[in-house]
Design a protein around this ligand. Structure first.
Ligand code: GAR
Length: 208
């Protein structure tokens, strides 16, 4: 059984999708813990109710990013993860932290990377007149919202869309591709070579 630790900062709908898919589909894995930088993150309460171990590592009160990330890694490693999942964890990670979990840390980002790294992805896609938007699951590297792409989902940007309507359409797809990508990882189906990720059995890594 592989051990998954999930980091989040808020609502935790992607975390819920992963926990539920893991249980429903009988993955060779368990969600060992959910860790947050925010004590009041809604996702933490949901996980605790499900009997999943939770921990808070408050980012306030640490002198710098490196000190915080070292404490975060200490707490995470206490749960002995095979895979670290960033599910709406809204902090920039230090190079040392990223190196420590290299090749075993996945993130979901609400855009079709490499377009729109950073914040306000949906607003920016609408402002740019994009006709497609989407979400990306990728291995985390030191550069923000970059790294080998595991799966992407595309959705239309419709006339009249605002940030809320577009983000809801994208989020629904995140809940499909993120659990799928995590499942592929725990089932050892992903091959990472030359900065690119393929599926061992050639399964499609895109969703329209
Ligand atoms: C998701 O839309 C995720 O893609 C985004 O935060 C949201 C978290 O929602 N992540 C990022 O923007 C990271 N760069 P959730 O807490 O309901 O899963």
């Amino acid at each position: 059984m592989k051990r998954i630790v999930i980091l989040l900062s808020g609502r935790g709908s992607n975390m819920q999708a992963i926990v539920e898919a893991c249980a429903a589909e009988g993955w060779p894995a368990e969600v060992a813990a959910v860790v947050s930088n925010k004590a009041d993150a809604a996702g933490l309460a949901w996980a605790a109710q499900r009997g999943i171990a939770t921990a808070v590592v408050d980012h306030r009160g640490h002198p710098d990013r490196e000190t915080y990330d070292a404490e975060l890694a200490r707490v995470i490693d206490g749960f002995a993860p095979d895979l670290l999942v960033l599910a709406g964890f809204m902090r920039i990670l230090s190079a040392g932290f990223v190196r420590h979990y290299e090749g075993r840390m996945l993130n979901v980002h609400p855009s079709l990377l490499p377009a729109f790294p950073g914040l306000h992805t949906h607003r920016r896609a609408i402002e740019q007149g994009c006709k497609l938007a989407g979400a990306t699951v990728h291995f985390v590297t030191a550069e923000l919202d970059h790294g080998p792409i595991v799966a992407q989902a595309a959705v239309p940007v419709l006339p009249g869309d605002d940030e809320a309507s577009l983000s809801a359409r994208v989020l629904e797809r995140e809940h499909v591709i993120f659990p799928l990508a995590v499942r592929w990882f725990v089932e050892d189906r992903l091959v990472l070579a030359d900065g690119r990720v393929s599926h061992r059995d050639g399964l499609p890594q895109h969703l329209f």
